[in-house]
Design a protein around this ligand. Structure first.
Ligand SMILES: Nc1nc2c(ncn2[C@@H]2O[C@H](COP(=O)(O)OP(=O)(O)OP(=O)(O)O)[C@@H](O)[C@H]2O)c(=O)[nH]1
Ligand SMILES: [Mg+2]
Length: 303
């Protein structure tokens, strides 16, 4: 390992839907975190690793910061806030095509307490005109709380190299934390469950996506075709009907789309069977939340 190698943890925080997971996936060049145009897509802290000749960045993607309305929400906010504590550098992401509002200003106020270097990432520059971007950067400069401001487009990849370089500037020198082959801390089962949840998020509307959890019941690699059985949990009988759809059409669509993604990830053929179950108010049940895998150290009892 060269002597001046850098390594450290970089947390990405921001309001829901600003593109945190999209950016992380783009930089590491692989789809690990699921993304959607619905807020509160990410529910866990997701670690991924990016390594180049200069150093290693361990990214922590976090749930979008919002006012929690249930225990799942509390869990998500704990996951985001504890990730800030673990970081060497904090990325705060906003969207170029939305004005900086009170919600963003409140977070910036909170970030004042953070002693680590902070980079303001202005995402979605592809969605506005160049002239408008200059105005956004000017407004952001007035915030005066950030060590750097980097405009990017996570979907197009614009300026992502520049962002990596900027992050490296602020990382401490040190040995890599993970070997070069490590991409994420997420087990294959978890990524598969998330891919199913993503396809459900894309296919469903209104409040249904927020009340969905996915559990992998079996994942059997013993045959040529991987056998997966998974349950989509929802909160109401009426939601169950919509998820299944007319003659099972909706569930089939979710299943086909999810199978395609899981096959790409595993590089193997998959036979995916989906079931739907109702668990009323699971988002407020500590027992069920833990049962669904939301059980890492960010779970604070009684909050
Ligand atoms: N036009 C445009 N859209 C983007 C860009 N980056 C992300 N998006 C879209 O923004 C939406 C939200 O992206 P996510 O990556 O899921 O956002 P997130 O910040 O991780 O959201 P939460 O997990 O809910 O906090 C998706 O529809 C993305 O395709 C970008 O650079 N340009
Ligand atoms: Mg996300």
């Amino acid at each position: 390992m060269q002597q001046n190698f850098k390594s450290g943890f970089v947390t990405i925080v921001g309001r829901p839907n600003v593109g945190k997971s999209t950016l992380m996936n783009k930089i590491i060049g692989q789809k690990i975190a699921i993304t959607s145009n619905k807020p509160q897509t990410t529910r866990n802290r997701i670690m991924t690793v990016y390594t180049n000749d200069e150093g290693q960045i361990v990214f922590l993607d976090t749930p979008g910061l919002h006012k929690a309305k249930n225990k799942l929400g509390n869990y998500m906010m704990n996951a985001a806030n504890s990730s800030i504590k673990d970081a060497d550098v904090v990325l705060f992401m906003i969207e170029a095509n939305k004005p900086i509002g009170n919600a963003e200003k409140d977070i910036i106020e909170d970030l004042k307490k953070v002693s680590q270097p902070k980079i303001l990432v202005i995402n979605k520059v592809d969605a506005i005109k160049k002239e408008a971007l200059i105005g956004v950067i000017e407004e952001a400069s007035k915030l005066d709380k950030f060590d750097e401001i980097v405009p990017v487009s996570a979907t197009e990849g614009t300026n992502c190299d520049e962002l990596v370089k900027t992050i490296m500037k602020y990382l401490p020198f040190g040995e890599p934390f993970y070997d070069e082959d490590t991409i994420t801390d997420q087990p294959v089962r978890q990524i598969a469950a998330e891919m199913i949840r993503e396809k459900a998020l894309h296919a469903l509307n209104e409040e249904i996506p927020h009340g969905i959890a996915v559990m992998i019941e079996t994942m059997d690699f013993s045959k040529k075709v991987v056998q997966i059985e998974a349950t989509i949990v929802c909160e109401k009988e009426s939601h169950k009907g919509i998820i299944i759809g007319k003659g099972g059409a909706m569930l089939k669509k979710i299943g086909t789309n999810a199978r395609y993604e899981i096959e790409k990830m595993l590089e193997q053929q998959v036979n995916l069977k989906l079931f739907v179950k109702v668990k009323k108010e699971w988002r407020d049940s500590e027992f069920l939340l833990k049962n669904f895998g939301y059980n890492d150290k960010d779970f604070k009892l009684g909050k």
